[in-house]
Structures are given as C-alpha cells and as structure tokens.
Ligand binder design. Structure first.
Ligand code: G3P
Length: 228
C-alpha cells in the first residue's frame, strides 16, 4: 500500500498492546480500516516488530528510530539499512520520548535518505521545526510534549502551534508535509487538525490504549473522508 497524504500515523511506542504479536494484530486492524474507508494509515512500530508486520501485511510501516551508523562495528545500534530491508518505508527521528542533538539528527537524516527511507522529524516548537526543516525531511511532526498521552489535543489546546508551524515550514520548503500530534483522541480532534491545514495526524494512546481498537481507528480514520 502506498503512503499518501493526508495520513493517519499510529505510533505503537513500546505499549504492550502494540508489541510483538500484538503489534501484528493491531496493524492488521489498521490495515482493514484503511482498506474499508480508503484512508491512508501508517504504523510506527518497534524495529524488532517491523519484519513481522511487513511479512504479513501491506500497510506502510515506519521505524521509531534509527542511528547514524553504517554497516560495521556498532553493536546495539539500529542500522538504517536493516530497517529498510525489514520492509519499513520510513523512519521517525527525535520523538519527544527520544530527543537527540541536532548533530545526531543531521547525521541520522542523511543515513535515512541513503538507505531509501522516508523521513519524519519530530519537533516540539515552531523554532525547532524551523531548524529541522533545513534537513529536508518528508514530514515534520509537531507535538507539544506536555499534551502527549493526555486527554486534551493539540488541535483543541494549541491550534496556533499547528498553523504557525505550517506557515513557517511551507515558506521554507513547500514539499515538506506537516503532521500534528499529541492528545488526539476524537474525530473532532482529527477534523480540526486537518481543517487547520495539517497533512495528517500522529496518534498513539487514543488508539493503542483503548479497549476497542477497531472502533477507535474507525472513528479517527473516518474524519479523513472529507479531506481527500
Ligand atoms: O507519536 C505520537 C504521540 O507522541 C502522541 O501520543 O498518546 O498523545 O496520542 P498520544
């Protein structure tokens, strides 16, 4: 399945409900809803779960992180080429839960591109987004760290953060897509983020941590219907 925008990105993080066999089960539900509603959904999985998902499904998978290393003597690191070979289409970097220095992000971004991976860089402010867009990513994800995992969404609490990020980024590089995340739980949160001009949303607990995964994915994905 091709990655198209607007996109519903679902971050599996290291939640038990989205690890190992559970990652495969959840990704399958994401794929079913994606096909049923004709909405692009991509999952952001732990590196060790990527191959399990891509061997069984066609949904686009992103890695949660890569390291700025090459083949060789780097025990314990995540090699961009391994992630690509496991079937990932892209990687994220600098998530609020895994912040890195600019130098690290710069080197890792270069390696992601050399390995043929799409690149999503996460930012916590307009200023950080402005700095990161110079690295020419495919996506900038804007997420206010204090809203992550909570019940108040970025679209509701900080709509200007989304619009300011979009206008700043597009002035520098029109090609870069802006994704909004943090606290997104409802169809209205998604609709508002898309109305504000974002190219998709980045969601985790609102899907992974609910009882009925299909219902939650369906609810959020259905908000995309009028934005295609
Ligand atoms: O990567 C997306 C994530 O940080 C948002 O988390 O739980 O607020 O949807 P959550």
């Amino acid at each position: 399945m091709l990655l198209k925008t607007p996109t519903l990105f679902i971050n599996f993080k290291t939640y038990k409900e989205a690890t190992g066999q559970n990652a495969l089960k959840l990704a399958k539900i994401c794929q079913d809803v994606s096909i049923e509603l004709d909405v692009c959904i991509a999952v952001v999985a732990q590196s060790v779960d990527i191959r399990l998902i891509t061997n069984n499904l066609k949904i686009p998978v992103f890695a949660q992180h890569i390291d700025p290393i090459v083949y060789g003597h780097y025990t314990g690191h995540i090699l961009p080429e391994s992630v690509k070979e496991a079937g990932a289409v892209g990687t994220i970097l600098n998530h609020a839960e895994n912040k890195k220095s600019f130098e690290f992000i710069k080197k890792a971004s270069l390696r992601a591109k050399e390995a043929g991976l799409l690149l999503m860089l996460c930012a916590a402010s307009v200023n950080e987004a402005k700095k990161l867009v110079r690295l020419n990513p495919d996506f900038i994800a804007i997420e206010l760290p204090e809203l992550i995992g909570g019940n108040v969404s970025i679209s509701e609490a900080e709509p200007r953060l989304i619009t300011n990020t979009i206008s700043t980024i597009k002035k520098i590089n029109k090609r870069v897509k802006v994704i909004a995340g943090a606290g997104i739980k409802t169809r209205d949160d998604v609709r508002k983020a898309l109305e504000l001009g974002s190219d998709g949303v980045f969601v985790s607990s609102g899907i992974v941590k609910v009882k009925n995964h299909k219902e939650a994915i369906y609810e959020l994905a259905s908000a995309f219907k009028s934005f295609k």
